[in-house]
Design a protein around this ligand. Structure first.
Ligand code: UD1
Ligand code: CA
Length: 452
């Protein structure tokens, strides 16, 4: 074999009943990304030639997710859930195309690293036809046990089928397996369903291979990397483990996290150099924070780009499509959505900037609202460079405020404001001298009469 090609197959057809959810298990999320997308991202980052995903019969949404995150992956449907080996054989046409290794991953095992996939496939060769990833979980209940005899892996016993002695084995099956391409189909086709669940277990590949005179090997990984998600408790554990990993990576990359344990990151959060993130900040997917920016405490940031040396929060919310230029300041209780806020612009207090543009160095006064929605459609608001919007103004979109223009405080702006103009859209102030005194006198007379 001159080339060294690997096909990765992700099994994702399971019902995941223990999640008690109307969403398929593999579409639940950790760190802002579906479990399935995590597995596919690991495949993508490893040196793997092709990939396939096995989905359930009622899994249109899972197929959509595969197309979104791994458009090159083939999708096969397992119409009846007859076990992991049965699931894998749905990809028979792909396996039959000929590979050096066939690598199997589970869609419910999101934390696996690309390097581990590489390690597993490199264990395959003339000596080993099957390589299994093992781990030693704190609580092995529910996992298949690796049966090692004279130093070699001879079988995997599912928890439900294991004898009491076998249950005491602490080395468990992580679910990842590599099979030598030239024997994969011959092994898989020999697997039967003579077990407690009447399922075709992929784990039986080890015993079947042994019967065919083929050797298996076991590798080991850390529990944090291979823990599977079968219920909401395990989903929360996977989230916690992934957050720890992402925080550590951010710190190593030069981000200051003042209180790392309180910051929640997404798998794709990107930071420049010398970024500071204060306590209690949550990042949703799709965020880029450029060099020197500071995200102050209690901010929520999703789908946003924060420019160099910009300052966000405390208590700010950046929603998808918020794009902040260099040195922009977004202060407390300010929400930005689908808007470009250009270099040096400021919105320091209590504002909504949605669907529009704020030009460079413009100042958005406290309480300014972009009224972007008329009950049917969203419209744009443009504020020119250097413009000044007085506090508590409503800009009723579609509307434009020109460069350098002023808007008087408390205005409701419904028509465009030319550059360098002043627009005031509110009732004129009226002053009546002595009026309050007269009122008080009249009312106090009335009160005496009523009481007496
Ligand atoms: C499986 C392993 C077990 C291992 C554990 C690690 C088998 C028989 N058991 O058990 O040894 O310790 O993972 O987490 O392989 N799936 C299908 N079609 C099916 C059944 C399952 O596609 O008919 C998929 C599921 O979507 C899931 C994966 O295969 O992604 C594993 O299935 P699951 O039912 O979670 O197996 P476990 O009981 O966790
Ligand atoms: Ca599982």
């Amino acid at each position: 074999m001159s080339s060294n090609k690997c096909l990765a197959i992700v099994l994702a057809a399971g019902e995941g009943t223990r999640m008690r959810s109307s969403t398929p298990k593999v579409l639940h999320r950790v760190a802002g990304r579906t479990l399935l997308a995590h597995a596919l991202a690991a495949v993508e980052q490893a040196d793997i030639a092709a990939s396939a995903v096995i989905i359930g019969p009622d899994h249109a949404a899972v197929a959509d997710e595969v197309r979104r995150v791994a458009p090159g992956a083939e999708v096969f449907v397992q119409s009846e859930r007859l076990g992991t080996a049965h699931a894998l054989l749905r990809a028979e046409p792909a396996i039959a195309r000929g590979w050096d290794q066939v690598l199997v991953l589970f869609g419910d095992t999101p934390l696996v690293r690309p390097a581990t996939l590489e390690r597993l496939r490199s264990a395959i060769g003339p000596e080993a036809a099957v390589a299994v990833l093992g781990f030693r979980p704190a609580d092995p209940t529910g996992y298949g046990r690796l049966i090692i005899r004279d130093g070699s892996l001879v079988a995997i016993r599912e928890d439900k089928d294991a004898s009491p002695e076998e249950r005491r084995i602490d080395l468990c099956n992580a679910g990842l397996m590599a099979l030598r391409g030239d024997v994969a189909l011959a092994v898989l086709q020999q697997i039967g369903n003579d077990n407690a669940k009447r399922e075709f277990y992929l784990t039986d590949a080890v015993a079947v291979a042994a019967a065919q005179g083929l050797k298996s090997v076991a590798l080991e990984a850390e529990e944090k990397e291979v823990a599977g998600v079968n219920d909401r408790g395990q989903l929360a554990q996977a989230e916690a483990a992934l957050q720890q990993r992402l925080r550590r990576e951010a710190l190593e990359a030069g981000v200051t996290l003042v209180a790392p344990d309180t910051v929640f990151l997404a798998a794709d959060t990107r930071f420049g150099r010398d970024v500071t993130v204060e306590p209690y900040v949550v990042f949703g997917p799709g965020v880029t924070i450029e060099d020197g920016a500071v995200i102050h405490a209690f901010s929520h940031v999703e789908g946003a780009r924060v420019g160099k040396n910009a300052s966000v929060g405390p208590f700010a919310r950046l929603r998808p499509g918020a794009r902040l230029g260099e040195k922009v300041r977004i202060g407390n209780f300010v929400e930005v959505k689908e808007a470009d806020v250009e270099a040096g612009a400021k919105a320091n207090h209590l504002s909504y900037i949605g669907d529009g543009r704020v030009g460079a160095n413009a100042n958005i006064g406290a309480g300014t609202i972009f009224c972007n929605y008329d009950g049917f459609n969203k419209h744009r608001t443009e504020v020119g460079a250097g413009a000044f919007i007085g506090s508590n103004s409503a800009l009723v979109s579609p509307v434009k405020v020109g460069d350098g223009a002023y808007v008087g405080s408390g205005s409701v702006i419904t028509a465009d404001v030319p550059a360098d103009a002043l627009a005031v859209g509110r009732g004129r102030q009226v002053v009546k001298e002595g009026w309050a005194q007269k009122l008080r006198a009249r009312l106090s007379r009335g009160k005496k009469t009523a009481a007496g």
